[in-house]
Ligand binder design. Structure first.
Ligand code: NAG
Ligand code: NAG
Ligand code: NAG
Ligand code: NAG
Ligand code: NAG
Length: 501
């Protein structure tokens, strides 16, 4: 069985229509959003969106799109948090629409009707000022007129995002003294520490404005080839997805080295593991795996003929996920660790393979983000073609290596870190995050214990000295706030406020 067996389905062709119109790359302005199609109420706080242009002389300018939600509590004291979704190549509107943004999206139909927007009682803007950034250029609404910059990697992206932040704080100087945090999930497990490291370097070099950087948060984050690669087998065993017998066989044959099978016996044993978990929704093993439209009212985003017939029936009678049915392209890896070098984009992978298992759905986001009125309200450039959750036209290199040295440096310098993990995610399983946080060798100051939300056990946490916290969210999948919004706002606000979670 092929290891990279879960390939998701692109919903719309992504193409940046790079027009030839004369567009002046004007100094960016702060642009207030006064209304949004689908929302009839009053905004609980100010929302802004627009572009920050990075003039990376001699590199071509990059126009990075952000959506900024001001805190609904105390904007001048609450932290400013940058949110990044992963991929690489996926839009941070994933977080805005499906996870912890100010609105919940209801309905929406590809034949034209827009979803209705309701206020999200668990929005992270309840307690923080939050910036959703489309990154790197070529993703979502971010673009460059010279597409050579769409070939990029970890280090370039970190540097660009740092430049974005410096420019952004110049635009919003009233927020520069607020505590600043960087957050994200999945492949942002690479974006966040590399960016944090750039920000710290900038602070040390006295770059203005001085960012009041305090720490970072990562959910189900890609971190290290070995730790991530070794996480699946113990996860599958602990979750009763493989038998004791298969577990013993694979432990003996592979000697704990699953990321890089040392011999054929190990590969054979691993194939049994992959065989056992095939067909599960890797982003949440408890959720049904969605297989595209099965009725006429459904969308035509999935070409069913590309799905093996044995998979078409799976999960069909199951209840759809409360929020969405198909998550396409949320994260690399599927079940394989991210290796150094070029990271294949999802749409590319889909072209290469006949084996696609689209477990999840991005229909609502695709409808809303491609609506002209929505785009106008959000000040999106007319140069942008079809928005898709994950970009197909960037070439992305994983060139920063393991994140462990970054975490060591950052925590040693006193920056706080919250490493959280939905414990039913099989894409970046908690077993890897738990193991690498422990491996940093910090002293345990708050030994493994349950944490509570709404008077119920919401997961487990272990606190280490110098501000490192590992946290699980019980029953959550890969995109934690999507599954457990209330619990997520609880741990998020407690951690930001410096309280015990
Ligand atoms: C907003 O108001 C209009 C007109 O009153 C109505 O047709 C529409 O359904 C409302 N939308 C929402 C999201 O409530
Ligand atoms: C695009 O940028 C590259 C350098 O990154 C440069 O060599 C090339 O001439 C640029 N193309 C255009 C059309 O400006
Ligand atoms: C796993 O096996 C590969 C190939 O034999 C080897 O290069 C690597 O060092 C091993 N890793 C561990 C953690 O033993
Ligand atoms: C689905 O894919 C098949 C084979 O790739 C193709 O022949 C067919 O036209 C596609 N159908 C639609 C509706 O795109
Ligand atoms: C960690 O810090 C050391 C010493 O300051 C430095 O040499 C090294 O490059 C840093 N590594 C990373 C990944 O930031």
């Amino acid at each position: 069985m092929d290891k990279s067996l879960v390939i998701l389905k692109v919903s719309s062709l992504c193409c940046l229509l790079l027009g030839f119109g004369i567009i002046i790359e004007a100094a960016p302005e702060v642009s207030l959003i006064t209304s949004l199609p689908g929302f009839n109420g009053t905004f609980p706080s100010k929302h802004y969106s627009g572009y920050v242009t990075i003039n990376g002389n001699p590199d071509p300018p990059k126009n990075l799109f952000y959506y900024f939600v001001v805190s609904e509590r105390n904007p001048s004291n609450d932290p400013v948090v940058l949110w990044l979704n992963g991929g690489p190549g996926c839009s941070s509107f994933d977080g805005f629409i499906y996870e912890h943004g100010p609105f919940n999206f209801e309905g929406g139909n590809p034949k034209g009707s827009l979803p209705k927007l309701h206020l999200n009682p668990y929005s992270w803007s309840k307690v923080s000022n939050i910036i959703y950034l489309e990154s790197p250029a070529g993703v979502g609404f971010s673009y460059s007129k010279n597409t050579t910059v769409y070939t990029t990697g970890d280090l370039q992206t970190a540097s660009d995002t740092h430049n974005f932040l410096l420019e952004w704080f110049n635009l919003y100087p009233e927020f520069v003294s607020n505590p600043f945090y960087i957050s994200g999930e999945s492949y942002a497990g690479v974006y966040v520490p590399t960016l944090a490291s750039q920000v710290v370097k900038g602070i040390k070099a006295g770059e203005k404005p001085i960012i009041n950087f305090k720490g970072y948060m990562i959910g189900n984050g890609v971190t290290d080839e070995i730790f991530d690669g070794n996480a699946l087998v113990p996860f599958a065993h602990g979750m009763a997805l493989i038998s004791d017998g298969i577990f013993e066989e694979v432990v003996i044959a592979c000697k704990g080295n699953y990321s890089d099978p040392p011999n054929n016996n190990c590969q054979t044993a691993l194939d049994k593991v992959y065989g056992a978990i095939a067909g599960l929704n890797i982003y949440d093993i408890l959720e049904p795996c969605y297989h595209g439209p099965t009725t006429k009212e459904d969308t035509n985003v999935v070409n069913k003929s590309s799905i093996p017939s044995s998979f078409k029936q799976l999960g069909m009678t199951e209840k759809p996920h409360a929020v969405r049915k198909r998550i396409y392209g949320r994260a690399w890896p599927f079940q394989a660790p991210v290796k150094a070098g070029i990271v294949p984009m999802w749409p590319e992978l889909m072209k290469q393979t006949s084996f696609s298992v689209p477990c999840v759905d991005d229909t609502v986001a695709t409808i809303w983000m491609n609506n002209d009125a929505v785009r106008e309200a959000m000040h999106v450039s007319q140069e942008i073609g079809t928005w898709s959750l994950c970009a197909s036209d960037i070439s992305y290199y994983h060139d920063a290596g393991s994140m462990i040295p970054y975490h060591k440096n950052l925590t040693a310098q006193g920056y706080r870190a919250l490493i959280f993990s939905g414990d039913h995610d099989m894409c970046v399983p908690y077993t890897g995050s738990e193991a690498w946080t422990r491996s940093l060798g910090h002293k345990i100051v708050d030994e493994w214990r349950a944490w509570m939300s709404n008077q119920q056990v919401a997961g487990y946490t272990q606190g280490y000295d110098i501000g490192l916290t590992f946290l699980t969210i019980k029953g959550a999948g890969h995109t934690v706030p999507e599954y457990k919004p209330r619990e997520s706002l609880d741990f998020y606000s407690r951690w930001l406020d410096g309280k015990q979670i």
